[in-house]
Each structure stands twice: as structure tokens, then as C-alpha cells.
Design a protein around this ligand. Structure first.
Ligand code: ZN
Length: 401
């Protein structure tokens, strides 16, 4: 049953302005990417990606809300971290509660109470990484639901229909992400399939208020990456992503892919490096022209009692925090750092209080988002290469932001 509601602009539980002072005013065109400044020493750029639900200032880290929730964090708390675009997961939402329920609610924004931009992945990565596949061919993938064993077929067309029903601002193409390591023949086959599927995604996708991003694959093979970048770029979509990184390859290999593929992407489109969210890797990628990042790590670490501080991982269970009544990170404005001490966070984590997990998740998200904001500021004022290049050598450049 459809529930009549007031327009989204007045019904959201939070009307907190999006970070950077931008508001969700209707844009002249639904999707525009404006580059406002560039580094003259590398490919870094900062800009604005306009969506129907607001502006994403880039470079920007995007929190992951797999099941239409960033675990343990309310929409209002999420807005306070500086989050702009938030991810949700097509595969998981298709299984539970099902896209029909989300559509009934008026779409994903209303269902989860997030008034800002949203992006859904295509489900491809989960289908290929979570196992249980019965059949994969050029048509699509057949797998068993991990919930009830039901047979589910996911094709490029189906992935588009589900994402159009969910209604995020950005939908991702259905792709085949090969595991690492994989043979050259297997990666080449996955690339060919991904490119064929992309054409079918484009044919089926028909929501003008939703942007479709293509995904570059190619594993660790430079000629396959180059070919994939060429094919996906030729589709002239509103954005382009690089997938198949952070899938278990050595970090040097990821750097090599980022440095090779970054310069091959169309200049005037937002570049999204999927699944990457560590400080050094984001700094290296921004220097190669990447704009958007996501990673489950900040909230996963937070739930397990780990805080990201000064480029390190601190385990708050550690007894050294028991009598430490100083803020977690004095330079951080998140609720954990502003209102509480390390000793209190240690106590919450040791007693497995839910609040401890929430506070550390908020801190870790704020930390990564703040880092990408600082990179954008540095690009705008011309200091990016000087201030963030040290990250490439993995030195402690924490003072720069
Ligand atoms: Zn903090």
C-alpha cells in the first residue's frame, strides 16, 4: 500500500545542511560535474558533483550503508560526520526487505531517512565474492539466497530494474569482478562480459533522475585495464568507476593500477575508486584524478573497538586507555572526541555498550571524510602536492590536515 507523504524536502527527519554549506536545491541539469580547481603538479582536482538530492563536493569519502543503514549510526548523526553521498547495497536490499518495500516507501531516501545523495552498487561484487553461485554465463548469474536458499537470477537488466526501484541518485553497472589472483584468460573473459553487460545496463536503464556509472575492470593486467577504460569511457556516462581493486591484491599492485588507469579516464566525469578508503591510498588516487571513495572499514573497525587516529589504528580495549581522560583525537570535532574521553570510550568498548561502537564509528567516518575535505582544500589553495605527496612515501604527514 502506498502511503501519501509530504514532499521529501519537508519530510526528512534531518534538515541538516550538507557539508560545505551546500543545500539540496534543484540543479539545472540532474547530473553535472564541475571542476573548480586543479593541482598544477599532478592530476588532482576538486569540484562539485550535482545530483537531484544535493551536491557532492569532491574529493569525498562515502560511508557504506549496506542495508540502508550505516551500522549503528542514525541519519542525523551521519550528516554531522560530513557525509554527503552514502552507499547502499543492491544485493542485500534485494534479499531483505526487497526493492518493492523500498519503492512502496517512496524510494530509498525516504525509506532510510537520508535526504542527501545516495548511490547503490549493482550487486555484482557481492554475488561474486559471497559465493553460492550456481551458474554464470553471458546472460547473468544464478545463485542461492543465503537467507532461504531460493534461486535468484541476477542479470544486467534485473540489476537495473532493482536499482531503479530503489531510486538512489547513482546506480552502478552490473559487472563481473574477478577474484585475486585470476588468470589473464579469466580476467579477459570477465572484462568482455562486463562490457557486454554494460551495454545491456544502458539499454535497460531509463530513470532520468538517476545517473548510471560504468565500471572499469581488468584485474592486474595493464592491457586489459587500458582496454576496459577505453570501452567504458566510450559509453559517455555521467560517471566512471574503477572496480576490481582492494580485492586482495598487494597494495603496490593497487597503486600501479591507480596510476595507470587514472590518466585514462575522461577528464570531465567524476572518477570513483571502489572499495578504497585508507588515507595513503586515497591520497595517491586523488593525485591521479580520482574523486570518490568508499570502504566498509571505518564502521567495521569502529564496531570492533578500533579508532583511526593520526594514521594509526588504536584498539580502545587496550589497558593503556583506562586512566586516559584526554580526548581521543583533540583535532577532531566528532561527538566521541568533543564530548568524551579515551577512558570513557575504553570503558564502553570493554563493557560492550552499543554507544561505544556508535561513537567509534562516527569518529572513524569523520576522520576519513575530514581527510578528503582537507585534500580538496589543499587542491584549491595549491598546496596539495606539497602537503599530501608525503603520504605516498607512507611517512607520518598527519600535521598537514
Ligand atoms: Zn573524533
Amino acid at each position: 500500500m502506498l502511503i501519501q507523504r509530504a514532499p521529501l524536502s519537508s519530510s526528512g527527519p534531518t534538515q541538516t545542511p550538507l557539508f560545505g554549506g551546500e543545500t539540496a536545491e534543484p540543479a539545472p541539469a540532474p547530473f553535472r560535474f564541475e571542476i573548480s580547481a586543479r593541482s598544477n603538479r599532478n592530476r588532482a582536482r576538486c569540484g562539485c558533483f550535482h545530483t537531484p538530492h544535493g551536491v557532492v563536493t569532491t574529493p569525498r569519502f562515502m560511508p557504506v550503508g549496506t542495508l540502508a543503514t550505516v551500522k549503528g549510526v542514525s541519519a542525523a548523526q551521519l550528516a554531522d560526520t560530513g557525509a554527503q553521498m552514502v552507499l547502499a547495497n543492491t544485493y542485500h536490499l534485494h534479499l531483505q526487505p526487497g526493492e518493492a518495500v523500498v519503492a512502496e516507501a517512496g524510494g530509498l531516501h525516504r525509506f532510510m531517512g537520508w535526504t542527501g545523495p545516495l548511490l547503490t552498487d549493482s550487486g555484482g561484487f557481492q554475488v561474486f565474492s559471497l559465493g553460492g553461485i550456481n551458474k554464470i554465463d553471458d546472460q547473468g548469474v544464478v545463485f542461492r539466497s543465503p537467507r532461504d536458499g531460493a534461486r535468484i537470477e541476477l542479470t544486467p537488466e534485473r540489476a537495473m530494474e532493482i536499482q531503479m526501484a530503489l531510486g538512489a541518485d547513482v546506480a552502478m553497472a552490473f559487472d563481473q569482478c574477478p577474484p585475486y589472483p585470476a588468470s589473464e584468460a579469466d580476467v579477459a573473459a570477465a572484462c568482455r562480459r562486463t562490457h557486454g553487460w554494460l551495454e545491456r545496463c544502458i539499454s535497460r536503464h531509463s530513470r532520468p533522475d538517476q545517473a548510471l556509472f560504468g565500471i572499469v575492470q581488468g584485474g592486474c593486467f595493464p592491457h586489459l585495464r587500458a582496454e576496459s577504460a577505453r570501452v567504458v569511457a566510450s559509453m559517455n556516462l555521467p560517471g566512471i568507476a574503477v572496480g576490481g581493486v582492494s580485492v586482495g591484491e598487494p597494495v603496490e599492485e593497487m597503486h600501479r593500477i591507480v596510476r595507470q588507469v587514472g590518466p585514462l579516464l575522461p577528464e570531465d566525469k567524476p572518477h570513483y575508486l571502489m572499495g578504497v578508503g585508507s588515507l595513503r591510498e586515497m591520497a595517491i588516487a586523488v593525485a591521479e584524478g580520482f574523486d570518490l571513495f568508499d570502504c566498509v572499514l571505518p564502521t567495521r573497525l569502529g564496531r570492533h573497538g578500533t579508532a583511526l587516529v593520526n594514521g594509526e589504528r588504536w584498539n580502545l580495549r587496550n589497558a593503556r586507555f583506562r586512566h586516559d581522560h584526554t580526548p581521543l583525537d583533540p583535532s577532531c570535532a566528532c561527538p566521541a572526541c568533543r564530548h568524551h574521553s579515551r577512558a570513557y570510550l575504553h570503558h564502553l568498548i570493554r563493557t560492550e555498550e552499543l554507544l561505544g561502537r556508535t561513537l567509534l564509528s562516527l569518529h572513524n567516518l569523520t576522520h576519513l571524510i575530514r581527510f578528503t575535505t582537507a585534500m580538496g582544500r589543499a587542491i584549491a589553495d595549491g598546496s596539495f602536492a606539497e602537503d599530501f605527496a608525503p603520504w605516498e612515501a607512507n611517512s607520518a604527514a598527519a600535521h598537514t590536515w
